[in-house]
Structure formats: structure tokens, C-alpha cells
Design a protein around this ligand. Structure first.
Ligand SMILES: Nc1ncnc2c1ncn2[C@@H]1O[C@H](COP(=O)(O)OP(=O)(O)OP(=O)(O)O)[C@@H](O)[C@H]1O
Ligand SMILES: O=P(O)(O)OC[C@H]1O[C@H](OP(=O)(O)OP(=O)(O)O)[C@H](O)[C@@H]1O
Length: 212
């Protein structure tokens, strides 16, 4: 038997949709992952090993070859710019990255403060527009920053728009549409090309059927 295919799966909000897609593609990871605290799950009959990773860390596991493949949000890929192949848009967990802030607040002063957990995405965006900014790095509750005067704008994920709305913020610009992607370690892609191609092909058929 070949060595198992190792997959870094994102814990959290992407997991259920990703596992459901895998199941439809014929890779049954079982249920009740939310209740388990196990981080490495073995599926010998399917020759799979699953690692449960923080969504932001999936790319690290794949880049270093700790996992052959992984599922990561495009936001993470844009932010981290790592040496992995992005082979398939799974079209799950859709959302977008946007610039938001308090209403009727033009960005006039020099180097406005932008609070975000996506410093690279934000810097790239404003640099391309020729605007100088100062990044205020945060890890969560980003919407707080303009409310308390810590930042002039935020760059953050918007999905339903509820968090912005309930905090009296408005969206100014959309930066990028986001969905989750299948990523592959470049060496694994050569060494395990058959298994990886087969998995990518099956997933792509499921995505095609689901999205037309
Ligand atoms: N409303 C949303 N907010 C944040 N991420 C979302 C949203 N909708 C889809 N996503 C996707 O989910 C991923 C984040 O998943 P999750 O929130 O579970 O991770 P996290 O940000 O590490 O969580 P935590 O809040 O535990 O730090 C993002 O990379 C993005 O691609
Ligand atoms: O448009 P919505 O559907 O309201 O979703 C967007 C919100 O969800 C995410 O936060 P998360 O729930 O991950 O919490 P966090 O602030 O701790 O990152 C994101 O950072 C926004 O705050």
C-alpha cells in the first residue's frame, strides 16, 4: 500500500462544507468532527490521513509538505503568497474582502490608519491605488477599530454584511471575491500525481454539478 494522502483540513466555519464536498467526491471523513478533539484522523481503508488545522495555518502545512494537499480560503492565499499550487476553486464558503468604515468619512488625512488581519492584502490594495496608509494589525473584532477611533478604515471579510450593519459601518470598496481552494504541495504533486489528480478530478466534478 502507498503512503496515505495527507490532507490539511480547515477547522471552523469552512469544515462542514469542505467535508461535505469530500464526501460527495467519495472521500468519507465521517461526522461529528466538531465534537472530537483529535487533530490527526486516519482513514486506512481510503488511504487518507486528515490533519485538523487553523484555516490560516493550512497553507503552512502544505508548503512544508507536512500535508500533501489542503483546503484554504483565497483570502489566506492572497495574504500569505506561499509556494503551493492552487489547483481548484471549490466554490464553497463564499465571502469577500472589503474596505469599510464609518459612513460619510472621506479618507483625507495623510497615511490613514487601516485596521486589519490582512496586512498584505490591504497594503497591496492601497499601494496599487497610490495611497499611503498605516496598517493597524488586529486578529479579530476588526469592526471595533473605527468605532473607537483606533482606525479610519478596516479591511476585512464581509459575508452577509450583518457585522458591518449592526455596528453602523458601511462598505466603501470591494477588494476581492473569496472562496475556498484546493491547494497542493509541489513535490507531492509530482510524487503522488495519480492520487492527487484523481481527487482533484472527482472534486471538480462535484463542484461542476453543484454550481453548473
Ligand atoms: N463571514 C466570514 N468571516 C470570516 N471568514 C469567512 C467568512 N465566510 C467565509 N469565510 C472563510 O472562512 C475562513 C475563516 O474561517 P474561520 O472563521 O473558521 O477561521 P478563523 O478566522 O481562523 O477563525 P477564528 O475566528 O477562530 O480565528 C476565511 O479564510 C474565509 O475564507
Ligand atoms: O458579513 P458577516 O456575515 O457579518 O461576516 C463578517 C464577519 O465575520 C468575520 O468575523 P468572525 O465571525 O470570524 O469573528 P472575528 O471578528 O473574531 O474574526 C469577519 O471578520 C467579519 O467580522
Amino acid at each position: 500500500m502507498n503512503k496515505p494522502l495527507t490532507i490539511a483540513m480547515p477547522k471552523g466555519r469552512i469544515y462542514e462544507e469542505a467535508a461535505s464536498l469530500m464526501k460527495q467526491a467519495g472521500y468519507d471523513l465521517g461526522g461529528d468532527k466538531e465534537k472530537s478533539r483529535k487533530l490527526i484522523l486516519e482513514y486506512p481503508d481510503q488511504n487518507l490521513q486528515i490533519m485538523m488545522a487553523k484555516p490560516m495555518d493550512v497553507v503552512t502545512y502544505v508548503e512544508y509538505g507536512a500535508a500533501d494537499i489542503g483546503i484554504a480560503g483565497k483570502d489566506v492565499l492572497l495574504e500569505q503568497d506561499r509556494d503551493v499550487y492552487e489547483v481548484l476553486d471549490l466554490k464553497i464558503s463564499p465571502c469577500y474582502v472589503a474596505v469599510a468604515g464609518l459612513p460619510d468619512q472621506p479618507l483625507s488625512r495623510i497615511a490613514p490608519k487601516i485596521a486589519t488581519k490582512y496586512p498584505k492584502v490591504a497594503s497591496d490594495y492601497f499601494r496599487e491605488k497610490g495611497e499611503q496608509i498605516e496598517i493597524i494589525p488586529l486578529n479579530g473584532s476588526i469592526e471595533l477599530a473605527p468605532l473607537i477611533g483606533l482606525a479610519d478604515r478596516i479591511v476585512d471579510i464581509v459575508s452577509t454584511g450583518r457585522t458591518l450593519k449592526e455596528n453602523g459601518l458601511v462598505e466603501y470598496e470591494k477588494i476581492a471575491e473569496i472562496t475556498s481552494r484546493l491547494i497542493v504541495n509541489p513535490v507531492s504533486y509530482r510524487v503522488k500525481s495519480q492520487e492527487i489528480d484523481e481527487l482533484a478530478q472527482k472534486l471538480s466534478e462535484v463542484v461542476e454539478v453543484k454550481t453548473g
